[in-house]
Design a protein around this ligand. Structure first.
Ligand code: PMP
Ligand code: GLN
Length: 382
């Protein structure tokens, strides 16, 4: 976790956002929307502050939020949860991941993820002393080879971490892949941790939470966050749901990570979770329209891409443009085209970076004129 000179190594997102700020380039690197979420949710937070919701909330989260999460899981997925024992509010999905991984693995346990993987997974598995095994996702569709998945999961596997829809590739796993994950977890007595922060950002088939599959609930921790669904990434309101005994184990760790989370944002996110279907349909349609601006823009600029089915990222192969090192390209891109992206190598384990070297990720959770401008500027590359 330390850079060669002993300083703390900055995450690629922080490095690339700082580069965008320094150069004035369009920031399609770090994934955060350039418009804040629903006015009623913003107003609910202001109201909560005025109403005096400003002291430590309960460790599991404000009951009003926990109940709203339970209703959301019932409404969208038919899952019936006990708000008091099967749900935990966390400081973003990041704390949910941290507390879950630290609670559930012992040093030496194996943890399987797909690769490329959201960078926190690698860091947290390392903090927990786990051994990280990966199953590759490859262009063009970034779906795992099912035999490679079967090979990766063994009796040494403690956790299988799934991220669906997937950051950075935008892949959405089909039901048969999710069913195989559950089957393997059962066969090898592993637990499934599923990061579903982009659950409402799918553009084709509806999202399938792993916890809804037969044989899954008893061994699955489902993680999500208000950051993406309500375009409020800076609020850091996340949550997880799992059987009560697993939640209790995770709470034992969470109490020493943050103790509790920011009080007034919790009732506000509860308001968001109760918004009508039109809101949730609208964010997916809106994000799809943004995708459909940037995807042809990247193609016209000379990148090879496949169109993502979820999340808000596109992976672009810079090989046709003559670039073989995406990290180097990302450092030069502000000068070449006034745009910032992030290299896929940042989502890979050191031994596998070479395979993904020419790939870079662009975030399209931005206003359409900005995406058009970025596309026009990127045309300078070819
Ligand atoms: N998981 C994935 C896949 C993400 O993309 C992100 C953030 N973009 C997170 C977790 C972290 O979410 P949060 O900001 O709620 O901690
Ligand atoms: N999840 C966002 C992304 O992938 C932000 C990550 C971060 O800043 N740590 O870009």
């Amino acid at each position: 976790l330390l850079a060669a000179d002993g300083s703390v190594a900055a995450s690629i997102f922080a490095e690339m956002s700082a580069l965008a700020a320094r150069t004035g380039a369009i920031n399609l690197g770090q994934g955060f929307p350039d418009e804040d979420g629903p006015a009623v949710v913003l107003e609910a937070a202001r109201q909560a502050i005025s109403d005096g919701v400003n002291q430590y909330p309960p460790g599991r989260g404000q009951p009003i939020l926990l109940e709203a999460i339970a209703r959301h899981q019932q409404r969208f997925y038919g899952l019936t949860l006990d708000a008091g024992s099967e749900i935990l509010a966390t400081a973003g999905a990041t704390e949910a991941l941290a507390a879950t991984i630290l609670a559930l693995i012992e040093p030496g346990d194996e943890v399987v993820t797909f690769e490329p993987f959201y960078d926190a997974y690698g860091g947290l598995i390392g903090l927990g002393g786990g051994i990280h095994r990966t199953v590759p996702l490859r262009a063009p569709d970034f779906q795992p080879d099912l035999d490679a998945l079967r090979d990766a999961v063994t009796d040494r596997t403690r956790l299988i971490i799934v991220n669906d829809p997937h950051n950075p590739t935008g892949a959405v796993f089909p039901r048969e892949t999710l069913e195989l994950i559950v089957e393997l977890a059962n066969q090898h007595n592993a637990l499934v941790v599923t990061d579903e922060v982009y659950e409402h950002l799918t553009f084709g088939a509806p999202h399938i939470p792993i916890a809804t599959l037969p044989g899954a609930w008893e061994r699955t921790v489902t993680i999500s966050s208000g950051g993406k669904t309500f375009s409020l990434t800076g609020w850091k309101v996340g949550w997880l749901s799992a059987p009560a005994a697993i939640v209790t184990a995770i709470l034992a760790v969470k109490q020493f990570l943050t103790y509790v989370n920011a009080a007034p944002f919790q009732p506000a996110i509860a308001v968001g979770l109760g918004l009508p279907d039109a809101y949730f349909d609208g964010i997916a349609a809106d994000m799809k329209a943004k995708r459909d601006v940037l995807a042809p823009g990247l193609r016209a600029a000379g990148f090879e891409i496949s169109v993502p089915q979820g999340s808000y990222f596109i992976v672009a192969d810079a090989t046709p443009l003559g670039f073989t090192d995406g990290t180097e390209l990302c450092r030069k891109l502000p000068g070449l085209a006034g745009v910032v992206a992030v290299p896929i190598a940042a989502f890979c384990s050191p031994g596998n970076r070479a395979e993904y070297a020419p790939l870079v990720r662009f975030a399209y959770c931005k206003k359409e004129p900005l995406l058009e401008q970025a596309s026009a500027q990127l045309a300078a590359l070819s």
